[in-house]
Ligand binder design. Structure first.
Ligand code: GLY
Length: 401
């Protein structure tokens, strides 16, 4: 990959916890705590992606008041869905290539063994709640597109424009680069046609910095905006909940891969990929490269591994290794994708695992946990390094720069 040499990153397979500590990130708000025993000290317990942290406490209190586990999970994920400043889900989510926010979600209710999902939904902010409506009020499990939107309106959901000015400006910046998703993908033998890498990335960044300024993107937001253009994110939130009676539920919701082709579904709405709960065993969910997670049915694979006796940590690692195996362990391609799993077993043992340490140096992947006190813990990563260290450059013939 040209000058983007692998040797710049210390790749270590396995669970080298000590090395993570050596690369400790600068303190953030909220503080990321050292990893604990990965076993809840008390029930109930909630685990979620890091962006759920601010919403755990209120959901936890409601669990103590006796609210259902799915209600608690939905309360957590609604937080980022409602937040216009969280561009990974719901209102303010990064749009598809047409500039339209397109949302996916799924949920599973352990006690009744029911599931609901929606995909490619426009103009409806809380698709997590819409997934529950499909579960409760139809004979189906999944609705997509216009049909899902009409169903939402019939169930009393409000249509609203979900594209915020901030997300629109990042989309406009991406339009200047004008990459596309028509392939070849990472799994294609000609994948390097799409991701040539190498050459003068500082030139790209310089041009993007100027365009971002012209678009009125505030100076303090420009780095983040450029990162999202160079590394289209797959921001998502998953939440799994276990109550004191041993009941479990889960939900995953997302605006999906930024700049995607209209109609693209990732793993989040796929029961068994982005979200899976088995009341007898445990629950799991995912954030990260949806295409990769679909191919290994990640959440279902993890729950099945736990059913066969694996710990949450080992089960999560096994799913990551299945992704690695799909690329024959080829790190030249694996460095362009990332995956985090959130795993909760019925006895309160839990784990957060990720393919890479984080998206950027100093910003590790986290799992938010509440078992009486809310906290953010670093995930255990299979490889050490930041998965957005090497921008997948757009081939000159593909871009307008
Ligand atoms: N993991 C979210 C997505 O790929 O859409």
């Amino acid at each position: 990959m040209g000058d983007v040499g692998w040797t710049r990153r210390d790749v270590v397979s396995g669970l080298a916890l000590g090395a993570l500590a050596r690369g400790a990130p600068a303190a953030e708000t909220p503080q990321i705590e050292p990893r604990r025993s990965m076993r809840a000290t008390a029930l109930p317990v909630i685990v979620s992606a890091g962006n759920g942290h601010a919403y755990l406490d209120a959901a936890y209190r409601r669990l103590h008041e006796g609210v259902d586990t799915l209600e608690a999970a939905l309360q957590v994920v609604r937080g980022p869905e409602d937040d216009p400043n969280d561009d990974s889900v719901g209102l303010g989510g990064l749009p598809n290539e047409d500039g339209v926010v397109e949302l996916d979600a799924s949920c599973m209710h352990g006690p009744t063994r029911r599931a609901g999902a929606v995909g490619a939904v426009h103009d409806i902010k809380n698709v997590s709640l819409l997934a529950r409506e499909v579960m409760l009020h139809t004979g189906h499990v999944m609705l997509v597109g216009e049909g899902a939107e009409r169903f939402a309106v019939a169930r009393g959901f409000k249509r609203e424009d979900l594209l915020t000015d901030a997300s629109r400006k990042v989309w406009l910046l991406w339009k200047q680069v004008h990459s596309d998703w028509w392939g070849p993908g990472l799994a294609d033998p000609d994948w390097q046609d799409r991701l040539p890498g190498g050459a003068d990335q500082s030139r790209d960044r310089g041009r993007l910095e100027q365009i971002a300024q012209d678009l009125g993107i505030a100076a303090e937001r420009r780095h983040d905006a450029i990162q999202k253009v160079l590394f289209p994110p797959t921001g998502t939130i998953h939440c799994s909940v276990l109550n004191a009676k041993g009941e479990m539920s889960a939900c995953t919701t997302t605006s999906g891969l930024a700049w995607k082709l209209a109609g693209r579904l990732g793993d989040s709405p796929i029961i068994g990929a982005g979200c899976f709960t088995d009341q007898d065993v445990g629950s799991a969910g995912a954030t990260g490269s949806g295409e990769e997670n679909i191919k290994v049915a990640g959440a279902h694979s993890i729950v099945e591994s736990m059913r066969r006796g694996m710990s949450p940590l080992d089960a999560g690692m096994d799913a990551l290794k299945r992704i690695v195996r799909n690329y024959g362990g080829d790190l030249e391609r694996l460095k362009f994708l990332d995956m985090t799993y959130y795993v909760l077993r019925k006895d309160g043992a839990y784990a957060g695992v990720s393919l890479w340490t984080g998206y950027e140096p100093g910003k590790p992947h986290t799992i938010a946990v509440h078992d009486g006190s809310p906290r953010l813990e670093q995930t255990v990563s299979l490889y050490h390094g930041a998965s957005r260290e090497w921008p997948p450059r757009v081939a000159p013939r593909r871009r307008g720069l």
